[in-house]
Ligand binder design. Structure first.
Ligand code: B1M
Length: 208
């Protein structure tokens, strides 16, 4: 069964194996969302678990991440929603000190698919860089953080937007594994989205 093979290949960091499995699953009519959630994302969760248990180290996490990205590339055209084009510009980035970009890329990809113009600021994005993007005229600032140590940089960014007098001009949406709705409210963000499809819905609501 392809899904199990894809799952195993992500854990082993076998990118060509992941790509072959994804192609074959798509050919057999397996939905892209099923491949994403049941094979790719669940494998990354298992990688995280093994890292926590001390069975995996950073190099193993890294090759698994590369294998996942290889599979994600093939899913991209299928994950991008078609239909009514939304009008709106969003700048998205992973906050300062944080290099995790798979979730952020997924959110950017789905937003693009939904018709938004997405400015991807990359990883390790400083509050100043978010402020510059806001000055450039985007309606939404999207921030991702995967570390409990870096999620506080979301607050620094909200404060930097405030100090620059831009807070009323942009909506701020945040997400990432350690982030919660409560945290979003605490730091003065406009919204929290738990996953990429929710992020699209949330951005639509915020600027709709
Ligand atoms: Co890192 N890492 N990592 N890592 N890593 C985690 C996050 C960790 C939970 C693993 C663990 O211990 N179980 C742990 C954090 C612990 C904590 O803070 N509580 C951890 C650690 C400790 C570290 C290092 C510190 C390890 C070290 O060096 N000792 C280090 C930090 C480096 C740094 O950033 N400065 C590090 C490094 C790395 C790699 C570079 C090796 C690699 C990242 C490669 C890359 O991204 N290009 C990596 C990986 C792969 C992981 C895990 C295994 C997988 C993350 C992932 O891609 N998930 C992760 C464990 C885990 O999450 N289970 C782990 C799949 C992705 C689709 O999910 O990003 O959550 P996610 O995105 C989701 C949602 O969160 C949401 O949508 C997506 C789903 O649809 N979402 C948003 C995300 N952003 C959003 C923004 C939004 C809305 C929704 O609006 C704007």
């Amino acid at each position: 069964m392809e899904l199990t093979e894809i799952y195993e290949n992500v854990i082993e960091g076998n990118a060509p194996g992941v790509q072959a499995g994804v192609k074959s699953a798509l050919d057999q009519g397996v939905a892209a969302e099923v491949i994403l959630n049941q094979a790719l994302i669940s494998a990354m969760n298992e990688v995280g678990r093994r890292f926590e248990e001390g069975e995996f180290f950073v190099p193993e996490m890294l090759v698994s991440a590369r294998a996942m990205q290889a599979g994600l590339g093939l899913l991209k055209p299928f994950l991008m929603e078609s239909g009514v084009k939304a009008a709106g510009k969003i700048a998205i980035g992973t906050v300062k000190g944080d290099l995790h970009d798979i979730g952020k890329n997924l959110v950017a990809m789905m937003l693009e698919g939904a018709g938004f113009e997405v400015q991807d600021l990359g990883v390790d994005v400083t509050p100043d860089a978010f402020v510059k993007a806001a000055q450039g005229g985007v309606q939404v600032i999207g921030m991702s953080a995967l570390l409990t140590t870096t999620m506080n940089n979301m607050q620094s960014t909200v404060q930097a937007l405030q100090s620059a007098g831009l807070r009323d001009q942009v909506k701020v949406v945040i997400g990432g594994a350690p982030v919660t709705d409560e945290f979003a409210r605490k730091i003065g963000a406009d919204a929290y989205a738990p996953d990429a499809s929710n992020a699209v819905r949330t951005v639509r609501q915020l600027i709709g």
